[in-house]
Design a protein around this ligand. Structure first.
Ligand code: 5GP
Ligand code: ZN
Length: 114
């Protein structure tokens, strides 16, 4: 998609700090980190959010989660980490290209919603 921030990051048109890449996904550091480790992993193909996923995307999503495990290990998140994917307005999604936040490096407690 031409006017999508994360499509431009995947294409290298906007710079990012790469953490991991494979044939279907790209991971990079969040520009405004909410934890000592804050990585975003996105599919290379444009999918707007979790709400748009279909059975056709099952292998892709599985691969992304395997990659999340690899990234967490490489980032030293052996004490734990949190994975978040905001979908739509009520969740506060600001970039409408599916992404998973990987957050770690500090104790985040048990609450999920402020
Ligand atoms: P959302 O609110 O949609 O779940 O998350 C979007 C995330 O993208 C935010 O955490 C925000 O800091 C991050 N972000 C927005 N613009 C950029 C950018 O240009 N580069 C990087 N690396 N992260 C960005
Ligand atoms: Zn996109």
């Amino acid at each position: 998609m031409t006017d999508c921030l994360f499509c431009k990051i995947v294409a290298g048109e906007i710079p990012s700090t790469k953490v991991f890449e494979d044939e279907v996904s790209y991971a990079f550091r969040d520009i405004n980190p909410q934890a000592p480790v804050h990585v975003l992993i996105v599919p290379k193909e444009h999918i707007a959010s979790c709400a748009e996923l279909t059975e056709a995307n099952e292998a892709l999503v599985g691969k992304i989660f395997t990659n999340i495990a690899k990234i967490a290990k490489a980032e030293g998140l052996d004490k734990g980490f949190r994975v978040i994917s905001n979908s739509g307005d009520d969740a506060g999604q600001t970039v409408h290209h599916l992404h998973y936040h990987i957050l770690g490096g500090k104790s985040m407690g048990e609450g999920l919603v402020p």
